[in-house]
Design a protein around this ligand. Sequence first.
Ligand SMILES: [Zn+2]
Length: 77
Amino acid sequence: MPLFCKQCSDRRYPEYHETEKETLWLCKTCRNFTNAEDVIVREQTDEEREAVAKKLEEFDKTSNFPAEKLSRRKGVN
Ligand SMILES: [Zn+2]
């Protein structure tokens, strides 16, 4: 398993890709994908980078929700 990057020794993250129909391993430092044989398949595209950024943004929004609820409840009491 290509858990660690050969180039920078950073940890890789597995991601399933519909296009390749397999799990590719992403190095966030080198921004490239390797397959299960530890061969570099391709580089991360700008669209993929944006998708990751968007997901993080949405996560930030949803994690703010409980705090809003709490402040609303304070008004009721
Ligand atoms: Zn790397």
